[in-house]
Design a protein around this ligand. Structure first.
Ligand code: ADP
Length: 491
C-alpha cells in the first residue's frame, strides 16, 4: 500500500544513540536514517536521546530549549533534574531533543555497568513523556528502540495514564539486537517508581529476582519489529531468542521484520570523500587504486592478483571472531591472500588477533580501534568482505560492501541471509558467498570458494556488478515503516 501524501504522522523516536552524535553500532545509523527520511517524507518526526558528555557540541552546536525550565523527577527517594537541548539530524529537518542530565550522562561510555544504569535509561523514558507534556505534543506513534526504551509503554499506561494527551498514542518496539536486554535485579523496581505496578512486569522474572527492560517492552508495546525478516523468524526459536522466544511466539501476529536500509549518500563509492579514488560500476578499475592505497597505508605489499579480505566489526562473540583462530591459519597456509581487520571490543578477541598478526605479518593487519574513515577505505579497497556472524539481526557492512563491489562472504543468518545471494556458477547469478554452518569448516568453504572464483576476473567482475546493482536504500525501506505506522493508527 502506497502512502497518500496527506497521511502525515507524528512520530516520537526514542533511541539511546543517534549518528553522528553518539554511536556504538548499527542502531545509531538506523536512528539517523529513519529521522532523516521520515522528515523528508513530510512526517513530524522528533527524536529524543541523552546528551552524553562525549557528544561533540563544538562540531554539532545545540541550543537550550528555553521554553522548558529544569524538570525534576523522582526515582525512588532520589531526585534527578534535566533540561533539554535541541539540534537537527544533519541534511534534514528532523528535530532531536537531547536530555541533559549530567549526573547520569557524564560518563566514560554510552553504556556502563554502573549501579544506576537502570535509572540512566529509566529517566530517558520518563523524560520523553515529560517533554511531550511540556510541548503538548501527542505523537501518533512512539517508536522505541532496544532495551533502553523498554519501560516507556509501562510508564505510559501507569504513571502517565491520567493524561488525555497520550490517549491515542501507540507504541512500536524495535529489536535491533536481542542479545542486549537490560536485565537488572528485581529491587530496581523501587528506584524506577514502579513498585505499585509490579503486575506490569513478567511475574516469573520478578519471582526469580530479575527485571528485564526489553521483555517488559515486548509485553506491552502495540507492535514489535526487528531489522530483518529472517531475524524475526529466528528470535522465535530457542537458538536465537535469548530466553524471549516464548513471548515472541505468543506475539507472532504483532511481530514484523523490516530490513534496515542504507544511506547511500554516506555510503557510495562515487561520492565517498574518505576514499582515495572514487569509482562506479562503469569505472571498476579505479577501485584498484583504493586497494593499493589501503594495503600500503597499513604496511602490506600490493599485488593485484592477491585477494584482499576486509573486516570492520565490533569484537564480540556474536560476530564469529572465534572462527578466525583456526580458520585463518588454514587460509594463510593454503592461499595467497591478505586480510585487514578493523575492530575493537572484547580483550580476549583482541589478543587472539594480535597473536595472529604476529604469526602472519605479511598477510594480515589487525588495526585496533574505531575509525570511520578507515572503515570506508576498507569497504572501497578490499576485494572480499568477511562477516562470519553467529547471529546478525541485520548487519550493515555487508550492504555497504555490495554497493562498493566488495564481494561479501557471510554466514546465512538474519539480515546477512536476506541481503546476500550465494553465487551459482551454473546460473551465474548471485552477489556473494554464503555458508550455513557456524564452524571453521563452514567459513573456510565459503572463503575458499570466493578466492578460487576471484581467479577468474571476468566472472568476478560480473559478481561485483550484480552486487553493486542491488538497492537497499532507505528510500525503499522507509515505506515499510510508513505502512506499518499507518496500519497501527487506523486499527
Ligand atoms: P552492530 O550494530 O552489531 O555493531 P552493524 O553491521 O549493524 O553491526 O553496524 C555496525 C556499524 O558500526 C557499521 O556502520 C560499521 O561500519 C560500524 N563499525 C563497527 N566497528 C567499527 C570500527 N571499528 N570502526 C569504524 N566503524 C565501525
Amino acid at each position: 500500500m502506497e502512502l497518500k501524501s496527506a497521511s502525515k504522522m507524528k512520530i516520537g523516536f526514542i533511541s539511546s544513540e543517534i549518528y553522528p552524535f553518539s554511536k556504538t553500532g548499527g542502531l545509531a545509523d538506523v536512528a539517523f536514517a529513519l529521522g532523516k527520511y521520515l522528515a523528508i517524507n513530510g512526517h513530524d518526526i522528533r527524536l529524543i536521546t541523552p546528551l552524553y558528555s562525549s557528544i561533540d557540541t563544538k562540531r554539532y552546536p545545540l541550543k537550550r530549549l528555553k521554553e522548558i525550565t529544569e524538570v525534576n523527577l523522582w526515582f525512588g527517594s532520589q531526585k534527578y533534574s534535566f533540561t533539554v537541548y535541541i539540534g537537527l539530524i544533519p541534511q534534514s529537518k528532523a528535530m532531536i531533543y537531547f536530555i541533559h542530565c549530567p549526573v547520569l550522562y557524564d560518563r566514560g561510555a554510552l553504556y556502563t555497568n554502573d549501579p544506576d544504569e537502570h535509572i540512566r535509561f529509566g529517566l530517558l523514558n520518563r523524560a520523553a513523556l515529560e517533554l511531550c507534556q511540556k510541548l503538548q505534543w501527542s505523537p501518533d506513534i512512539f517508536h522505541l528502540n532496544d532495551w533502553q526504551t523498554g519501560l516507556l509503554p509501562v510508564y505510559l499506561k501507569t504513571i502517565y495514564n491520567w493524561d488525555r494527551l497520550f490517549d491515542q498514542c501507540r507504541t512500536v518496539m524495535t529489536i535491533h539486537n536481542i542479545g542486549y536486554q537490560g536485565r537488572f535485579k528485581a529491587h530496581v523496581i523501587n528506584d524506577l517508581s514502579l513498585s505499585e505496578y509490579h503486575q506490569w512486569f513478567d511475574s516469573s522474572d520478578l519471582y526469580h529476582g530479575h527485571l528485564n527492560f526489553l521483555r517488559t517492552g515486548l509485553l506491552h508495546a502495540d507492535k514489535i519489529t526487528t531489522v530483518s525478516e529472517t531475524y524475526a523468524r529466528e528470535i522465535q526459536t530457542a537458538d536465537f531468542g535469548e530466553g524471549l522466544q516464548d513471548i515472541l511466539q505468543g506475539r507472532a501476529q504483532d511481530l514484523v521484520g523490516i530490513l534496515n536500509g542504507v544511506d547511500y549518500e554516506t555510503w557510495n563509492p562515487q561520492t565517498d570523500p574518505w576514499i582515495s579514488k572514487k569509482y562506479s560500476i562503469n569505472r571498476l578499475k579505479d577501485k584498484k587504486e583504493n586497494k593499493k592505497f589501503l594495503v600500503e597505508r597499513l604496511g602490506l605489499s600490493y599485488s593485484k592478483n592477491t585477494p584482499l579480505i576486509g573486516m570492520v566489526t565490533r569484537l564480540a562473540g556474536q560476530k564469529g571472531i572465534e572462527l578466525l583462530d583456526g580458520g585463518l591459519q588454514r587460509l594463510f597456509a593454503e592461499h595467497d591472500v591478505q586480510l585487514i581487520i578493523l575492530g575493537s571490543g572484547e580483550q580476549h578477541f583482541e589478543r587472539v588477533l594480535y597473536q595472529l598478526q604476529l604469526s602472519y605479518p605479511r598477510q594480515m593487519v589487525f588495526y585496533r580501534g574505531y575509525d570511520t574513515e578507515l572503515s570506508h577505505q576498507i569497504e572501497a579497497g578490499a576485494d572480499i568482505f568477511l562477516m562470519p556472524s553467529k547471529y546478525e539481526p541485520c548487519g550493515l557492512n555487508q550492504i555497504y560492501s555490495l554497493k562498493y563491489g566488495t564481494v561479501p562472504v557471510v554466514r546465512k543468518t538474519g539480515g546477512l541471509a536476506d541481503t546476500v545471494d550465494l553465487y551459482d556458477w551454473k546460473t551465474q547469478k548471485g552477489t556473494g558467498f554464503v555458508f550455513e554452518h557456524f564452524s571453521i569448516k563452514g567459513m573456510y568453504w565459503a572463503l575458499d570458494y570466493a578466492i578460487n572464483t576471484f581467479k577468474y576476473p571476468e566472472i568476478w567482475k560480473k559478481i561485483m556488478k550484480q552486487a553493486m546493482n542491488k538497492d537497499f536504500s532507505w528510500q525503499k525501506q522507509i515505506k515499510h515503516y510508513e505502512n506499518l505506522f499507518e496500519s497501527i493508527i487506523q486499527e
